[in-house]
Design a protein around this ligand. Structure first.
Ligand SMILES: Nc1ncnc2c1ncn2[C@@H]1O[C@H](COP(=O)(O)OP(=O)(O)OP(=O)(O)O)[C@@H](O)[C@H]1O
Ligand SMILES: [Mg+2]
Length: 288
């Protein structure tokens, strides 16, 4: 089983959108997927129309062994996609991940979930809260949606620095340009700086998720927007399969093409560290 966190310290960069659509694509490719919503805002639960009536996620009960993790998981309307809804009390999420890490129970918890799921995707809240910090140390991969701007690059490096500091090593970090508008000069410059990073453009088809309240794989399968997420999932799937974390399920309805994905490149890191911004953006401002 593979564990993938969708994280950026910044808010509103497309984390939930990417998490839900990756979950939808993985489920339609035949994997048994758990979308674990860490973010107390509850956007993922709302977007999959989870029936939360009478059910309140109380992560303190999980930490204290009063409930089993399986009792917190709900089915969704999407085949093979389950949801672990957020605890509205963010402190409970912090305490859970701190406590599980301290008691060395987080990896055994993942092992327990391995019986039911092939992939867990974590929809993280923004910010460097304790829940995020502990989780990023434990997962197999971190997907970082980045707005195409120099500030986003600094945020990406902060993610990497944090995980490195905590572990001395880090799981693959996959930056993804999110909400890209190619009519904007800053965006095209950013894309040119990192042509190998996957791109999710700003599309009304993607925004329609808010009305349909489902992943694109459900309400617009085969659309250009769905194909973007399918491609992104295929790249992630390829990396996870290379690491033997997941394998094609016998009941898979389709076999996704494997697309190689980049990890944060050393040269790009060094450049951003040196300049604190995209070099070409600096040149433009220097000229102004
Ligand atoms: N590629 C896109 N095209 C169009 N709209 C998008 C796209 N990505 C995200 N959005 C919209 O932008 C808004 C913010 O996206 P989202 O909720 O996914 O961000 P987030 O990083 O999860 O935010 P938060 O930090 O608050 O959790 C939402 O209204 C979403 O529908
Ligand atoms: Mg979100």
């Amino acid at each position: 089983m593979a564990t993938v966190a969708i994280f950026n310290g910044k808010g509103g960069v497309g984390k939930t959108t990417i998490a839900l659509n990756l979950a939808g694509q993985a489920a339609s490719a035949g994997y048994r997927v758990l979308l674990w919503e860490i973010d107390g805002q509850g956007d993922s639960s709302w977007l999959v129309r989870a029936d939360l009536s009478g059910k309140e996620t109380d992560l303190s009960r999980l930490l204290n062994n009063i409930v089993d993790v399986n009792d917190l998981i709900l089915p969704t309307r999407v085949e093979r996609l389950s949801l672990l809804p957020a605890d509205a009390n963010a402190r409970n999420a912090d305490n859970l991940f701190i406590g599980l890490m301290r008691q060395q129970r987080l990896l055994p918890l993942f092992t327990q979930l391995q019986r039911r799921f092939d992939v867990i995707l974590f929809d993280c809240p923004p910010g460097f809260c304790d829940a995020n910090l502990k989780l990023l140390q434990a997962v197999n991969m971190v997907v970082v949606p980045c707005l195409p701007s120099p500030l986003a690059m600094r945020g990406l490096l902060r993610v990497r620095d944090f995980v490195m500091k905590a572990r001395g090593t880090h799981a693959p970090i996959l930056p993804v340009f999110s909400m890209v508008d190619r009519r904007r000069r800053m965006h095209t410059i950013a894309l040119a700086e990192h042509p190998e990073w996957p791109v999710i453009p700003y599309l009304s088809e993607i925004e329609r998720m808010l009305v349909e309240r489902a992943p694109l794989s459900v309400f617009a399968p085969g659309s250009a927007a769905a194909q973007l997420f399918d491609r992104l999932w295929s790249g992630i799937e390829g990396k996870l399969r290379q690491s033997h974390l997941i394998r094609i399920r016998p009941d898979a309805t389709q076999t996704a093409e494997i697309v190689p994905l980049p990890v944060v490149k050393k040269a790009a890191e060094a450049r951003v560290r040196r300049t604190g911004a995209f070099a070409s953006v600096r040149r433009i401002y220097a000229r102004a």
